[in-house]
Design a protein around this ligand. Sequence first.
Ligand code: MLT
Length: 265
Amino acid sequence: MKARINGVDIAYDDHGIGYPIIFLHGFPLNRNMWAGQISALLSAQRYRLVAPDWRGLGDSELPGDISTMEMLADDLAGLMDHLGMQQAVLCGLSMGGYAAFAFLRKYAQRVGGLILADTRPQADTEDRKINREKVAQLALEQGSEAIADLQIPGLLTNDTLQHRSEVVIRVRQMINTASPSGIAAASRGMACRDDSTDLLATITCPTLVIVGEHDTLTPPGIARNYADAIPGANFALIPQAGHLSNLEQPEAFLEAIRTFLLTSF
Ligand code: MLT
């Protein structure tokens, strides 16, 4: 499905009836990364499960050369308006988590619950900002496949890279089909995101922090620390998973979110 949100065609999936849960994908992937969680939760018949493609990624339109986390947050608020949702649980992985923090800063009353997976509240370091522009240039000059080659080793565990070709192929396919200009815009948008550590102590909704045991991009130590700073937050470590914990260990990820949702919603 598509909706015109803030002047941009935003693609999204919308299944089921019940308390809304919105799945926010990582960089440079698309809403398809959540297909397993959505089909499993649909059978519970308790939730409305929505997954948008961020502007410039998946099937959503790209209106400019930067997609800031505030723009993503505004698109999400617009999509919620379009769908008639006042409040939802936001489940964001990595860049999806950065956008969830931006949304929380602006629209805290609309956040009924938070699932923050393989993400971090801190802004980029200066080195990382410089690297983001290099990633943007690489995408524009050499295309999405060069980005897949660059990113995939950091997204998955060695075990998955060596022995689970179906997972690697799925991730590669999502990155290969992303538009180079959409990748560049998102990379630039992440570089200028705000630091959200000041928000942690103000979070009052039920929150679950998830991290893959072998996530090197947003390591478990960082996740544990920021979970401790959120009042009452739950924490789940996913064994034998790297950064894309929901794709590498879908059952453990599902178990963590199912338990959290059942106790809170
Ligand atoms: C993601 O998975 O969204 C990215 O790895 C986030 C990042 O590069 O910081």
